[in-house]
Design a protein around this ligand. Structure first.
Ligand code: UDP
Ligand code: GLC
Length: 414
C-alpha cells in the first residue's frame, strides 16, 4: 500500500516489508491477538505486521479503542474492541485499589476474550493487561498462550502488585514468552526466578527501505524538506521522536539544548497515555531555560522517515532503561547519526562511536557535549550515520523479525 501523499517522496511507513510472504499456508495456525491499547505505541507498531501477515486466519481484540484499530483495519485485519474504562485506567504504578476497583470489568473481559479464543489455535498477548486478561481465562479457553514481552519488568517501571501478577501468570498460564530485547528477557527471568531459563529474544524489525526511500539528501533537498515540514531551514536540528512521557526524558533534551547555542530541538510525538502535566512542565522548562523559540512541539506524526531525514541528529533520551527503542533503529535506517542513552535494549543496538553515540541516562552535560561534538564534526557524524544505516539494514529487517515471530507463534501450538 503506498502513501496517499503522492507528491511526497516519503511514503507512510508500511507495516509489511516487501519480502514478507503472506502467512496463508493451510497448516498455519489461526491466531487471536490481544492488545490493551488503541494508541499507537511501539508495541502496537511491532504487532501490526504480524497481524497483517496472519490476517486471513486471525483476529485482533483491543481492550480500548483508538487509531490502532483504524491502522489494523486498513491492513485488512478484523478487529473487535472489548473495552472497560476501569481496566483501561489502571496505570503502570497502580496500587492494589486500582486492580480491586477494576475487578468486575476484568472478569467480564476475561470471559469475552476466552469466548473468542476458543475459535482460534493460539492466543498472542501483546501487552501486560492483555496478558492478565488472556492468561486468567486459560481454564476457560484452554488454548496455548504466547506473550510478547515489550517491557523491562523492574521496580523503576512497574509497581509491586503488577509485577507479582505478571510473575504468577507467566509461571502458571503462559506457554511461551518472546522478549523484545535481552534486557527485557533478563528482567523477566529475575522476576520469575527462572534465571537459567531466559525467554528467547526477537529484536523488532522495521521497514528499513521506507526510512531511506529518498536516499541521501543534498543541502537543497534538506531545505525543501524543512520548508514542507515547517521547520527552520538553516538551523542545526536535533530531533526527538517519542511519545511525551517523563521516562522518555524530553526534559533532559530541553536542558541540554540550553547548552548548545543556536541549535533547535524538534519534539515529534504526543502524550499518548494522559501525561498532560508533563507536557505543561516541558513548555515551562523551555521558558525557564530561555529556549522556547528553539523548541518545536510537533505532536504525533505519521511520516517519521521524512521527519528524521530533516534532522542533523536523532536523539533518544530515556531516563529509565529502554526495553528496545524502535525510534533508534528508525533513525539509523534513515541515515541519521543517533545519540542514545546507554541502558536496557539500547546497548544491543548502538555501539558507542561505531554506529552511534551513547550517553549516560539523565546526564544533561553528556548529551549536550555529544550534540556539540557532532555539530562540530560533520565527518564523524556522517561516518556514524553510514555505519548505523548498514547495521540497521543487516540486523533489524522487518522480514527477519516477522519470520522469527511467526515461527514462535507456530511453535507455541505444536
Ligand atoms: N511514532 C510515530 N509518530 C510519532 C512518534 C512516534 O509514528 O509522532 C512511532 C515511532 O516511529 C516508533 C514508535 O512510535 O515506531 C515508538 O516506539 P518505541 O519503541 O521507540 O517507543 P515506545 O513508545 O514503544 O516506548
Ligand atoms: C515498548 C517499549 C519500547 C519497544 C517497543 C517495541 O513500547 O517501551 O522500548 O521498542 O515496546 O518492542
Amino acid at each position: 500500500m503506498n502513501s496517499p501523499r503522492i507528491a511526497s517522496p516519503f511514503p507512510l511507513t508500511r507495516s509489511a516489508d516487501r519480502d514478507v510472504s503472506v502467512h496463508e499456508s493451510a497448516d498455519a495456525p489461526s491466531v487471536l491477538f490481544v492488545d490493551q491499547s488503541g494508541q499507537l505505541g511501539g508495541a502496537e507498531f511491532s504487532m501490526l505486521p504480524l497481524a497483517e501477515v496472519c490476517a486471513a486466519r486471525a483476529k485482533v481484540v483491543l481492550l480500548s479503542d483508538g487509531p490502532f484499530r483504524t491502522r489494523l483495519e486498513a491492513l485488512g485485519v478484523t478487529v473487535d474492541v472489548i473495552g472497560n474504562a476501569r481496566v483501561s485506567g489502571i496505570g503502570r504504578q497502580s496500587l492494589r485499589l486500582g486492580w480491586f476497583r477494576a475487578l468486575p470489568g476484568i472478569v467480564r473481559q476475561v470471559h469475552a476474550v476466552a469466548a473468542e479464543a476458543k475459535r482460534f489455535d493460539v492466543l498472542f498477548l501483546n501487552t501486560q493487561k492483555a496478558l492478565v486478561i488472556g492468561a486468567l481465562g486459560k481454564p476457560l479457553h484452554r488454548r496455548p498462550v504466547i506473550w510478547h514481552l515489550h517491557d523491562i519488568m523492574s521496580p523503576e517501571h512497574f509497581g509491586f502488585v503488577q509485577r507479582l501478577v505478571v510473575k504468577w501468570l507467566v509461571r502458571l498460564a503462559v506457554d511461551r514468552v518472546v522478549a523484545n530485547s535481552h534486557a527485557s528477557a533478563q528482567s523477566l527471568a529475575l522476576l520469575t526466578g527462572r534465571v537459567a531459563d531466559l525467554p528467547p529474544v526477537v529484536h523488532n524489525g522495521i521497514d528499513t527501505d521506507a526510512f531511506n526511500v529518498a536516499g541521501r539528501l543534498n543541502a537543497a533537498d534538506v531545505v525543501a524538506l524543512r520548508q514542507r515540514l515547517g521547520l527552520p531551514e538553516h538551523a542545526w536540528l536535533a530531533g526527538l521522536f517519542s511519545r511525551l512521557a517523563p521516562w522518555k526524558g524530553q526534559h533532559v533534551a530541553i536542558a541540554a539544548l540550553a547548552r548548545v547555542p543556536d541549535a533547535h530541538l524538534v519534539l515529534v510525538g504526543a502524550a499518548l497515555f494522559g501525561e498532560d502535566d508533563y507536557v505543561r512542565h516541558l513548555h515551562e522548562l523551555a521558558a525557564q531555560f530561555g529556549v522556547s523559540e528553539r523548541v518545536h512541539f510537533m505532536g504525533f506524526r505519521d511520516d517519521m522517515a521524512a521527519w528524521m531525514k530533516a534532522m542533523d541528529v536523532v536523539l533518544h533520551t530515556s531516563t529509565d532503561a529502554e526495553p528496545f527503542g524502535r525510534v533508534i533503529v528508525e533513525g539509523m535506517a534513515a541515515g541519521r547519526p543517533v545519540i542514545a542513552t546507554a541502558a536496557g535494549g539500547v546497548i544491543e543496538i548502538v555501539r558507542h562511536l561505531r554506529n552511534g553515540w551513547l550517553v549516560e541516562p539523565g546526564n544533561v552535560e553528556a548529551l549536550a557535549g555529544a550534540m556539540r561534538t557532532l555539530r562540530a564534526s560533520p565527518h564523524l557524524a556522517q561516518r556514524l550515520a553510514d555505519k548505523a544505516q548498514a547495521d540497521a539494514q543487516r540486523d533489524f529487517s522487518l522480514g527477519t523479525y516477522v519470520r522469527k515471530m511467526i515461527a514462535a507463534i507456530a511453535d507455541t501450538v505444536h
